[in-house]
Design a protein around this ligand. Structure first.
Ligand SMILES: Cc1cc2nc3c(=O)[nH]c(=O)nc-3n(C[C@H](O)[C@H](O)[C@H](O)COP(=O)(O)O)c2cc1C
Length: 204
């Protein structure tokens, strides 16, 4: 069993990374391998809405950055964590470009476990938390139960350590995610058949 965790911050040793490490500790304590992949520092272009990913092999036409390379790892994982710093009340730009292009062609995350975390200095956390959750909801990911929204405070890992409630939320999320992954694996009940999606555009 394994989890892929994405750090959408340009800081390899920043607050988001620290939160992901706390979750990794909890997951690995339960025997679930966790890989943290840093995305924020990469050069990643936004989605061009070219429609190329709607044709086989259903991957992004831009193959010169980590998006398609990460796709295989995501599809093979039992769980996914999305972590972003809050930039102007939303997901950090590079990470948003990454997520748009990772999720738009479709993933194999249906009925797998997911969690999100947003780090910030002061305000805009819930918007960002919601934005991150949008990707998982549309991919039919099962969201990990926790004790509060995954919004944590601090400009540095040291400051985050002082956000004792944020630290606790993060730890509980990691622990609960391990439980959820094991529960889904043990389930024994076949998931509902996949539906053919209706796409209704509202044009008037
Ligand atoms: C461009 C930019 C925009 C930011 N916007 C916000 C914001 O809207 N609200 C906030 O509370 N903090 C904001 N911050 C602070 C970061 O969200 C905060 O320091 C975060 O915890 C950094 O995480 P990291 O160390 O993983 O990069 C901003 C920082 C930058 C660089």
């Amino acid at each position: 069993m394994n989890v892929i965790a994405f750090n959408g911050s340009p800081h390899k040793e920043g607050v988001v990374n620290h939160a992901l490490c706390v979750m990794k500790e909890e997951l690995e304590h339960e025997g679930i391998g966790t890989e943290i992949i840093q995305i924020g520092g990469e050069n990643i272009r936004g989605c061009a809405d070219c429609g190329g990913c709607r044709r086989p092999p259903f991957v992004c036409v831009f193959d010169d950055d980590p998006v398609n390379r990460c796709r295989e790892k995501v599809n093979a994982a039992d769980g996914i964590i999305l972590g972003s710093p809050v930039y102007y009340g939303g997901i950090a730009g590079t990470f948003k470009s990454f997520l748009d292009r990772l999720f738009f062609p479709g993933t194999r995350l249906r009925y797998k476990a997911g969690a999100v975390v947003a780090s910030l200095r002061r305000s805009g956390g819930v918007f960002t938390f919601q934005q991150l959750t949008n990707y998982l909801n549309l991919a039919q990911v099962v969201l990990t139960p926790t004790v509060y929204w995954g919004v944590i405070h601090g400009n540095t890992p040291g400051e985050f350590e002082e956000d004792r409630e944020g630290l606790q939320i993060t730890r509980v999320t990691g622990r609960n995610m391990a439980w959820l992954i094991k529960t889904l694996a043990a389930g024994g009940i076949a998931p509902p058949e996949e539906i053919k999606r209706e796409r209704t555009n509202f044009i008037r």
